[in-house]
Design a protein around this ligand. Sequence first.
Ligand code: PA5
Length: 429
Amino acid sequence: MNIETGLVRPFLTDEEWNLSQTAVKESSNRLDARSGPGAEWLGWQSILEEPNDALLETMESIGAEIREKSDVFIICGIGGSYLGARAVIEALTPEFSDNGPEIIYAGHHISGRYLQRLISHLEKPNADGSKKQVYLNVISKSGTTMETALAFRFLRKWMHDRYGDAAISRIFCTTSKEGGALNQIIKANGYRKFILPDDIGGRFSVLTPVGLLPIAVAGIDVKNLFYGAVECYQSMKTDRRNLSEYVSARFALYQKGYAIDLVTSFEPALTSLGGWLQQLYGESEGKNGKGLFPSVACYSTDLHSLGQMVQDGKRNIMETFLNVVDEDQSIKIPLESKDYDGLNYLSGKFMEQVNDKAFQGTLQAHNEGGVPIFVAHIEKLDEASLGSAIYYFELATAIFVYCLDENPFDQPGVEAYKKAMYQLLGKKD
Ligand code: PA5
């Protein structure tokens, strides 16, 4: 994983560049010395320093068992408790495959309509008339998040109504070691539990059971994913030049007044990785009036919605492209005897060659239109490359937020809406 900054550098003066590099160096040192704010939340690094192979094997074997037995697997969680799993699953599993269970997300909003439709779907029999075999993984570090807890209340009841006591072996819970309502529910019902260590925050937790169990259920090799991150972690200990250059350029743009970082890709399978990054950046940076606003798009789809704004709107946008280097080349454009659509000039080319030209053309047009552009090169659409990208972005986030002189690992602002909502709902305590 490396990020190219060549299409950003012309937007910065030498002075801006040098100042930013100094800030990044200091922040990087602060992180390594564990002397910055939130240093008690660096477990996302410790797990890579000392990989827990036994845990990876447990994730693999339970994941395989659920995969084998289930028609539907529900991932119930919000924010950092589901975005990482979703990013990896959607990047690595074929969109239209019927191999393995259907994966459904829940607990990531409070829509009653969605929940009702979900339950109706669970009740619908399989094509052969058999009842759907449903398994559920509820994930909540605090164990008290309303969105997740409410959905779990409905789904838990449905599971117990459908399976009786056997529901216990179909419900898997991931939460903190102690505390929180979820721990009480686990204890009272005897559900299987996995622990998210106290020193890892939600949005840094994809390489713990939070992300690994659902990812394993999706049939993805969690060892390769994890060890891809370990490799990146080890290499960043000795050579952080590319990452420092990226963070320096991004911080310099921020200092210069750029406000929006639009994360995008010409590979739709990476849209959810953009969603994970949006949360990682957004919740880590947005404090005390600081930070870049992260947004996600999928190109070329969104060139037909946001393209005009990016090309020609207010010049405060930077773009970050997630680019897969080793693209799949399986579909060739056919020749037609009557060239009505005028596309015969492309016949014999792979679709990915056309997609790549769209990518290159967009880079050129947006850059000439005044948009500084980062290109993140992800070697392959595979486990190891994604693991590496995950750690790269986690490290970049921590260093960038230290440049803002803020704590990358808390999210006090998220409490405000909860407080107002609880008040409106008449919650007592
Ligand atoms: O990054 C974070 O810590 C948050 O996004 C949380 O993951 C999110 O709010 C869900 O919290 P919890 O896992 O406690 O339900």
